[in-house]
Write a protein that binds this ligand. Sequence first.
Ligand SMILES: Nc1ncnc2c1ncn2[C@@H]1O[C@H](COP(=O)(O)OP(=O)(O)O)[C@@H](O)[C@H]1O
Ligand SMILES: [Mg+2]
Length: 216
Amino acid sequence: MDLYQIKICDNMSCPDIIQGAEATISFSEFLGRKSLVKMRPAKTYRLPEIDIHIRNARTRNEARIMHDAREAGVRTPCIYDIDLKDSSITMEYVEGRSVKSVLDEEPGRADELCRKIGLAVAKLHSAGICHGDLTTSNMILEGDEICFIDFSMGCANAELEDIGVDLRLLERAFSSAHVGLEPSFEVLMDTYYANIQNAKQVKRKLTDIKNRARYT
Ligand SMILES: Nc1ncnc2c1ncn2[C@@H]1O[C@H](COP(=O)(O)OP(=O)(O)O)[C@@H](O)[C@H]1O
Ligand SMILES: [Mg+2]
């Protein structure tokens, strides 16, 4: 969803705030640690009692999936606090650059990074977790590890269809953001298939989804 992001405030007296389509990100400290608060502001076009229900369901879902992903061995920010009064999650601030900008600036690292992405997505899917918005802007390169963020569209107990859709979105996002890096995307998918149990079924599902899109 980073297409909608604008930096609102850029001076020293006030912290940077990033306004996304659904959430507002601000930076702070939590028990002395650099942290980030992701808050879902109220949508005035919704009935207030429905609005708070939707915002809190999404907040809980995001926190839960981040936690499940971490248990599956995928690096995600540590959650410090969840506040359902303002539908916010306070989490660890991950130092690093987005994988999107690393690939833009250092395309020579594409195979190395794509191998890591393929392995991490295989771990997520093997644990029944779909990310829901697999773009390279939702991955932060921290040292030489990739941290996955923004699980707001994610789901647990994923079915084959959800997994196929997750991969299709990744493919589309990658090909539009990283023109010229198609061979590295193949490296990503090869690593992915080598690390899941049901590669044949998933390949078939992905082909189905692409054909469906083509003929509808
Ligand atoms: N834990 C984090 N550490 C560092 N930066 C983060 C973290 N979470 C989010 N960000 C930054 O904030 C941006 C927006 O957060 P994200 O969760 O992706 O929300 P949105 O749904 O608006 O895309 C990210 O693209 C990233 O730059
Ligand atoms: Mg995002």
